[in-house]
Design a protein around this ligand. Sequence first.
Ligand code: FE2
Length: 347
Amino acid sequence: MPGIIDTSPPVVVGPATKKATRPSNALPKWLQDEASRTVPEMFDATKHLKVQDPAYKISMKELGLEGHGISPNGVSAPFSLFTEDAIKQIRREVFSQKVLEECQYSSTFNKHMVRGMGRERAPFTYDAWYCPELIAHISSVAGMDLVPSMDFEVANINISVNDNEGTIPSPVAEDKGDKLDEFSTIHWHYDSYPFVCVVMLSDCTGMVGGETALRIPGGGIEKVRGPAMGTAVVMQGRYIEHQVLKAIGGRERISMVTSFRPKNPLAKDDTVLVGVRGISNIDELYTQYTEYRLEVLEERLRLKMKEERKRQVAKRSFDIVAMKKFLSEQRAFLDSMITELQDVNEN
Ligand SMILES: [Fe+2]
């Protein structure tokens, strides 16, 4: 079927997270106290967005990954996205009592996370990520039209707080004592979603490190500067093996990650749930995942039927090869869903 974006086979995903556990260490109270001093506002694109293009983008080809992924663009340099006021509003929601009570998660990978805040608990953050102007900009940086993967991934907040030695072990669960080793072998991973947009919610003035390291096949590592407050990095994280490096200095490092998938239902969607199944409200995650996947399938079938009707009107003969290819692709799409919808209690 025309329009299907053909790519290489999906890459193997990184380490699976364990089952969701409540964070073992409570977050410092000052995070909450500070956030509560912000006067609530509704999201307003004219006031809260400060959109600029990235200074450069690194292509998949430059990363040695030509032919992988769904867009030629691999990763962007940090670019301006939100105003300081917007960041304050987002932090106000992240550190609100209700969110901290109901949306905190922890895994072996990330010690402190806030996820699945939803529109009710975090209307400002939700409206910001669904703002058409913001989505258009993320899409232009990504090199293809994208939409947020699902509500539950709007947004994932990774929280790291400075320890006594001045190192922010972000955003990892435990430091294996390898402080001299810049790269941690256990934290190389692929994301579960095709694209991610990472926004910095902390003031990184005076902070050293915190870059994103990208592994280049065949050896070599490319480093991309971590975003500063209010700026964002867009990356095809499902196809690029990467890790966030430790940061030194500063009192905290809080980043917001929102995942995206292609808007075009005909585009390949390699979304998996391996990295998020253990750190999610399974009922919400599986409901939203199933809903969007079935909508994609519905649209694909509708378009295929339309194409078939046109073919008959034009009196062209049935294309066995093309129909089998289409059906095989849809079967793979359904097989992937069957694989992903695991009962977490059985693991
Ligand atoms: Fe990642």
